[in-house]
Design a protein around this ligand. Structure first.
Ligand SMILES: NC(=O)c1ccc[n+]([C@@H]2O[C@H](COP(=O)([O-])OP(=O)(O)OC[C@H]3O[C@@H](n4cnc5c(N)ncnc54)[C@H](OP(=O)(O)O)[C@@H]3O)[C@@H](O)[C@H]2O)c1
Length: 339
């Protein structure tokens, strides 16, 4: 079977397709024929060497994949041959609060991930895909879907229908967050550098859109469209360039979910800006297998079809990475195998 490998830091050119011998599943393990893999900003960070992992040897990249079970090892009970499954970002975080042991390994980070024709994983790392969900759609869920779900529904300060969610930019996490929030009856505000992308966000049902280039003080616009109240949850993916505006955009008692740093990490937040509004900042580290099950169940129930910007073939993996790197995408970028 073929798989891509990369040594973190070698760049997108370092992504190489390699032949591997087939590996029979051991006790508790499952062999999965991968049918779709989605890219995350984190995969670009792994390629550029900006992701905090200690690995000396090449790894198979990408956390997010879906496929079908083709063989099971002794003692496997959670899945059987023929089941359609997706892999959970943290193979050891099944449920409950996180902890160092649960996030000690992450697919496509410090251990092999999903950009392969076949993978062998422990059964505990897998969830079954809802019947109505395609492999491509399922592959968008383990990182982007779970992160957005966790930020809005698990780690916020008790979100209620009618509350307001602010999403920054139109990448994978934010567009899936928009779709989940909209389906849950929340008011949605989304920002982008592109009016064309904002138009697409409106077509998806965004209530308010703001161009953060032409409106650099976009937090004022968030306050204006919410009648001065602010957003009850902010999905903060921007980092140092946006975090203070995100705090200013949050309502009294609201939550700023600290997710990413597309503008870099660093900067300062004045504690008084949190104190006077009784606001919370909460770090989000993707989520558990249970959250993956929940977000997939909700997507199926609500009829959400994740927005996939482009689907590339396995042979076009480098091209898919470069498309993601260009920032031209709206939603998710997917690599499909054997479709
Ligand atoms: N903590 C976690 O568990 C977790 C999980 C998933 C992702 N993340 C992080 O979250 C971030 C987003 O990930 P992703 O996979 O969704 O990335 P992505 O698909 O590449 O999306 C990034 C988007 O960010 C927007 N953007 C760029 N600069 C911005 C700025 N200064 N202000 C506001 N928006 C800006 C752009 O949107 P426009 O083109 O519309 O301007 C761009 O498309 C990354 O930092 C990633 O590492 C963290």
């Amino acid at each position: 079977m073929r798989a891509y490998q990369i040594l973190p830091g070698d760049g997108i050119d370092g992504l190489q397709c390699v032949d591997f011998p087939d590996h029979a599943p051991g006790a508790g393990e499952v062999r999965v024929r991968v049918r779709a893999v989605s890219l995350n900003y984190r995969d670009l960070m792994v390629a550029s060497g900006n992701y905090l992992v200690n690995v000396d040897d090449p790894i198979i990249p990408c956390s997010d994949g879906a496929g079908e079970v083709v063989a099971t090892g002794p003692g496997v009970t959670r899945v059987q041959v023929g089941d359609r499954v997706a892999a959970s970002f943290f193979p050891y975080w099944q449920d409950g609060r996180t902890g160092p042991d649960k996030v000690r390994h992450a697919l496509g980070g410090d251990i092999d991930g999903m950009l392969a024709e076949e993978v062998v994983l422990h059964e505990d790392a897998l969830v079954k895909i809802p019947a109505s969900m395609s492999f491509v759609d399922a592959a968008t869920m383990p990182c982007a879907g779970v992160t957005a779900w966790n930020a809005i529904f698990e780690s916020s300060n008790g979100i209620q229908p009618g509350d307001t969610v602010l999403l920054l930019g139109t990448g994978g996490v934010s567009v899936l967050g928009l779709q989940l929030a909209k389906a849950a009856g929340l008011t949605t505000i989304i920002t982008s550098s592109s009016d064309d992308k904002l138009q697409r966000a409106k077509e998806l049902g965004a209530h308010h859109v703001i161009n953060y280039r032409s409106t650099p003080e976009w937090q004022e616009e968030v306050l204006r469209v919410t009648g001065g109240l602010g957003a009850d949850v902010v999905l903060e993916v921007g980092g140092q360039g946006t975090v203070n505006r995100s705090v200013a955009s949050a309502s009294m008692g609201g939550s700023v979910a600290i997710i990413g740093g597309v503008s870099g990490f660093g900067g300062e937040v004045n504690p008084a800006t949190l104190l006077t509004g009784a606001k919370r900042m909460v770090g989000i580290f993707v989520g558990s297998r249970t959250m993956l099950e929940k977000v997939m169940r909700f997507a199926e129930t609500a009829g959400i079809q994740p927005v996939v910007d482009r689907v590339f073939t396995f042979e076009q993996a480098q091209e898919a990475y470069r498309h993601m790197e260009s920032g031209a995408h709206f939603g998710k970028v997917v690599i499909a195998l054997g479709q």
